[in-house]
Design a protein around this ligand. Structure first.
Ligand SMILES: [Zn+2]
Length: 78
């Protein structure tokens, strides 16, 4: 097993990430979360288990936006 090699490979393939503001479910066994920009309530509840949600941050890969294909053509980002 070559653990070191696999770590280096992971680093090289690390995608760009952005930090987003989210609401996440307080229930530890519940993985539900939603982007803050999609929430209009001051204190939203979890759509899955109805538990109160808390403000948090999350790092997500920078995804290609829909309708932005023109920009991606010729750029060949991986
Ligand atoms: Zn929940």
């Amino acid at each position: 097993m070559s653990t070191t090699t696999s770590i280096v490979t992971e680093e090289e393939q690390k995608p760009e990430v952005e930090q987003i503001e989210i609401w996440k479910c307080k229930a530890t066994e519940c993985k539900a979360w939603v982007r803050k920009e999609f929430v209009t309530e001051a204190l939203p509840t979890c759509p899955l288990c109805k538990t109160q949600m808390v403000r948090s941050y999350k790092h997500v890969p920078v995804a290609a936006k829909k309708g932005n294909k023109k920009f991606l053509v010729g750029k060949k980002r991986f």
